[in-house]
Design a protein around this ligand. Structure first.
Ligand code: HEC
Length: 118
């Protein structure tokens, strides 16, 4: 994953000026952005979760925050810059979006070890 370096560079700069690590910064942003924390609807690690169950026309339904740790950065960026059904609008900067993406992909390297090499 070559682009992880491109994602990390601005984070290292932020960390250098605030004395927190890039991961601490990214983790705080994920849990406490300007608005309700992402984990309330997408789970602690972006794995997705059921926000609420309800009944509509006698059918059981669920309002779901989809999994978001498995999508490409371009898609992640696009979604956070437009209105989505059920998804609050945050007005995040590009750097913040990169930090969130970085946070959600923190375990990718570990996961890769179990995947076959190509
Ligand atoms: C109030 C609940 C809620 C919160 C809080 C929330 N989301 Fe969402 N999010 C949703 C829902 C619901 C969808 C699905 C919208 C749809 O299907 O159109 C969604 C969709 C997304 C998607 C697109 C997923 C896809 O596969 O298309 C991304 C990316 C995303 N959210 C990221 C975030 C991030 C990052 C945060 C925190 C800054 C956040 N969300 C906070 C409810 C939420």
């Amino acid at each position: 994953m070559k682009y992880i370096f491109f994602l990390m560079t601005p984070l290292l700069l932020v960390a250098a000026s605030t004395f927190i690590t890039p991961m601490e910064y990214a983790s705080q942003l994920y849990k406490n952005p300007r608005g309700i924390g992402c984990q309330s609807c997408h789970g602690d690690n972006g794995e997705g979760k059921i926000i609420a169950n309800y009944v509509h026309k006698d059918k059981k339904k669920s309002f779901i925050g989809p999994q978001i740790n498995n999508i490409a950065f371009s898609e992640f960026y696009r979604v956070l810059n437009k209105r989505k059904r059920g998804m609050p609008r945050y007005f995040l900067t590009t750097q913040e979006i990169k930090a969130l993406y970085f946070y959600l992909h923190k375990n990718d390297k570990k996961k890769k070890k179990h995947v076959k090499k190509n």
